[in-house]
Structure formats: structure tokens, C-alpha cells
Design a protein around this ligand. Structure first.
Ligand SMILES: [Zn+2]
Length: 140
């Protein structure tokens, strides 16, 4: 799946994708904090940049224990079967090496609207933020 860079960015910034999260996905700019990383990962799911999801996940995440190729296919399938309608940041806290972002993602899949609420844990390693795992996960 190729997402048109002239379309609005899925992160709801109001900017075109090519002027927003695509620059992060392409490695042209770095995220400044864990919150920006979370937003860029949401967009990556929305546009199907599976490699970005994997690159920004910390090696201690349980997905890395299994087969990365299978994981890639799972991300791709989720991404292509799901419409990403809205991202709402509910809470954000950051310390030096650790951050938490609580968010709600409004999604659409197989004719149904649903939402995911998650508190994600991020950790910083070698000056880079990584998604580590979901602490709380709820599907409504
Ligand atoms: Zn964006």
C-alpha cells in the first residue's frame, strides 16, 4: 500500500503527510520525544510503514522474541484492514529514560467502528526513544 503524500497526515495535524510524519518515517527528521514517536507510529500503522513500526520498537518487546517476518506480515495485515480515523492523546508523562503515553485510537474494521485505549511505555536508549510495550490495553 502506498499512501499519497499530498493527503492529510493520519495524525490529525492538518498538514499533508509528506510535510508531516512522512519526514519522520523516511528518517529525514528525528522525533523530539516519546509523544512524537507515539504519533509517528500511529501514522505508520495508518499508512502501512511496517518497517518503521519494527525499527521503533525496543528489542525487549515480546514481538522480537518471535519471528520478525511473521510480525511484519501481522502489522501489514492490521494496517491494510483497518481505517485509522482519529488519535486522541489522553495523557503523557516523560522522565529521563522512560515515558508513558495514554491514547485512544478510533478505528474502523470490517464495517465496524471501535476504539483502542492504550497506555504505552517508551524507553530511551542511546539518545533514542523506543516503544517498549503496552501497559494497559482495552478494546471497546
Ligand atoms: Zn503526521
Amino acid at each position: 500500500m502506498r499512501y499519497n503524500g499530498n493527503l492529510l497526515c493520519p495524525c490529525n495535524s492538518g498538514k499533508k503527510y509528506k510535510k508531516c510524519c512522512k519526514r519522520v518515517h523516511d528518517g529525514l527528521v528525528d522525533v523530539k520525544n516519546a509523544l512524537e514517536l507515539m504519533v509517528s507510529r500511529y501514522s505508520a500503522y495508518a499508512v502501512g510503514r511496517c518497517e518503521y513500526i519494527i525499527q521503533t520498537t525496543h528489542k525487549s518487546n515480546e514481538q522480537f522474541m518471535h519471528n520478525v517476518n511473521v510480525w511484519f506480515d501481522e502489522i501489514e495485515e492490521f494496517s491494510s484492514n483497518t481505517s485509522f480515523k482519529q488519535l486522541i492523546i489522553l495523557d503523557y508523562s516523560e522522565k529521563e529514560q522512560e515515558a508513558f503515553v495514554t491514547f485512544q485510537a478510533k478505528l474502523h474494521q470490517n464495517g465496524n467502528d471501535f476504539s483502542l485505549t492504550e497506555q504505552s511505555r517508551f524507553i530511551k536508549e542511546d539518545e533514542k526513544w523506543y516503544y517498549q510495550q503496552a501497559e494497559i490495553f482495552e478494546e471497546i
